[in-house]
Design a protein around this ligand. Sequence first.
Ligand SMILES: [Fe+2]
Ligand SMILES: [Fe+2]
Length: 331
Amino acid sequence: MEIIIKESNSAKSFFAQKTEVLKHLEEKVKLWMKDHIDKRKLWFSSDFLPADEKMNDDQEKNIKKLRDRARGLKDEVRVAVALNLLTEEGLPHFHRIIAQYLGDKSFWSKWNNMWTAEEDRHGAILRDYVRDARLFSFREVELMQFHYLESGFNPDWDKDPYKVFVYTTLQERATQFSHKNTGKLAGENEPLLNGILNNIAADEAKHFTFYRNVFKEIINLDPENALLSAVDIMPAIDMPGFSMPNFRDMADVIRRVGIYGPRDYKKIVEEAIKFWEIEMLTGLNAMAEKAREKILAIPKRLEKAAEYIEKRTESKTFSFDFIYNRILVFE
Ligand SMILES: [Fe+2]
Ligand SMILES: [Fe+2]
């Protein structure tokens, strides 16, 4: 009993110490937010997919044309769009984590609320698109979304606010890749979908810039603790629903068509290591130095993992309820 109290006290002071470091970032965060807003082009779903009471004939015709074009979309593109949509619709998980880990009464809540408002448009526009274009057996997607939210997301991050910034940096970059590459694959049949996904990817790139700047500053202020947090997150980032069987198959499909896979993640980690100048950090205590060495070894491990997965990849068929169980064959 006594030990538990001691542990929770030390955990609390550890948390308080990090919160203190994060407070020092207030002025910089204000500047980064201003810069973010200055560069932002605020678009909405209705800019791409008008849905007004008063629509002209052209607008009505465009919906019909959209449905005709969307019929030409390959099933692997549909799977990727479904996964991108579900990822975006997981927003409540992430809003809550950021509020819990960074505090809901500090300047961070301004960022969290603004970021959430921006992110919410991603799920909204994709949902509007798949509905207008008639891309799926829609209730099946709605059911997956329901289970995805219902199952919650409680990563084992010990309430460590530094880990939030490592995770979000990597996750924003990963979603940027996924949207952009899905758009590329969809583009030949469906330029509107490509345009929508490019706009989302551009948002993710700006979020990525913000989060990686924050973590760079954390490294400057508190390098030892920053490295101990980073080493827990960087080896792998999974999305909340990853344990659901459909998610694993969908992730396998998007890897097989080259939208997003372990090699992309390796690139993302390498880029983060370089930007955070982890190789150059010196004068660390023994634990942090060990963490630094482990982090520097991650790309090699990811390369091995990618090779292993590629070697093991055999021809496989997939089927998903949300595209009427049509068979996708990968030779
Ligand atoms: Fe997003
Ligand atoms: Fe984002």
